[in-house]
Write a protein of this length. Structure first.
Length: 277
């Protein structure tokens, strides 16, 4: 079982602290989603070309890799489409140089007043364009372009439509955020997973309780999601990607600090792994 965590969970840590704590806590990889106050991939100090040697050295010293980068690229907005495409291309260039396996992008939302089919077409074209660009940078092993199950792009019929349209696009896949699909759309996770498993490359793990009918983060296994059943299903099915802990401390400052939450996640997942051996 491969464990990583999103840096959403440790917004006050430096990049050195992120990597060193990942090693100390038992993670083999980190999913970059900002460092400190900076969220833009191309502006992170660890991603700047002049710092690549130092970044590689720190990762190698701690036996930790960067499994992916969570960009802010969203293709739903026609006005911002070309800016999003340029941001995605720059992220692909940097990830290719550092041999980071994937970038995360969003479909995001259906804007008011625009036909859904037009938005889906634009999102699909944006994904296809980034996949082609990634392949041009490194034909032998292109950086993957992964669409997160998020926002309005969160239901089985829509995701199946996009996966079918991009089945021949090099490096296309999905990030399954289990909370987003299960909580917001009531998707039964077994048929959802089985219908999309050929496209799922990475999984975000999180849990929540409901407060005034709104989700609030809690430690995995203590909330409303059937996480044990979900993870057991994936392990039985041979899923071999990362189970990445998305502890949203950046968006919810009141939740447990990363020094506690990230350690508890490793314990939860290793116990579940032992149960399934």
């Amino acid at each position: 079982m491969k464990l990583s965590f999103s840096t959403l969970g440790c917004p006050d840590w430096s990049f050195d602290q992120i990597v060193e704590n990942a090693h100390r806590m038992g993670y083999s990889a980190v999913e970059l989603r900002g460092v400190g106050s900076q969220l833009r991939t191309e502006k992170l100090a660890c991603m700047l070309p002049e710092n690549h040697d130092a970044t590689r050295s720190l990762l190698d010293k701690n036996g930790v890799s960067l499994c992916g980068v969570g960009t802010s690229v969203r293709f739903h907005d026609a006005v911002e489409y070309w800016d999003a495409l340029q941001e995605g291309r720059r992220a692909l260039e940097l990830c290719t140089e550092l041999k980071i396996p994937f970038i995360r992008v969003f479909g995001d939302a259906f804007p008011d007043g625009e036909a859904h089919e037009n938005v889906v077409r634009r999102v699909t074209e944006g994904l296809a364009s980034l996949c082609a660009y990634a392949a041009s940078l490194c034909p032998a092993a292109p950086v993957q372009v992964l669409l997160e199950v998020h926002g309005d792009f969160n239901t089985l019929p829509l995701l199946r439509q996009i996966c079918d349209a991009l089945q021949y696009a090099p490096g296309f896949g999905l990030i399954w955020d289990v909370e987003n699909s299960y909580l917001w759309h009531g998707e039964n996770f077994v048929p959802f997973y089985k219908a999309l498993r050929s496209c799922i490359r990475h999984v975000h793990i999180k849990d929540c309780v409901l407060k005034n009918a709104k989700p609030h983060p809690c430690l995995p296994g203590t909330g409303v999601l059937p996480l044990k059943a979900m993870i057991t299903q994936m392990l039985a099915d041979g899923y071999d990607g990362y189970f990445s802990f998305e502890w949203e401390k950046r968006w919810h400052p009141d939740i447990l600090p990363p020094e506690q939450a990230l350690v508890q996640y490793v314990g939860f997942m290793r116990a579940l792994e032992a149960e399934n051996q």
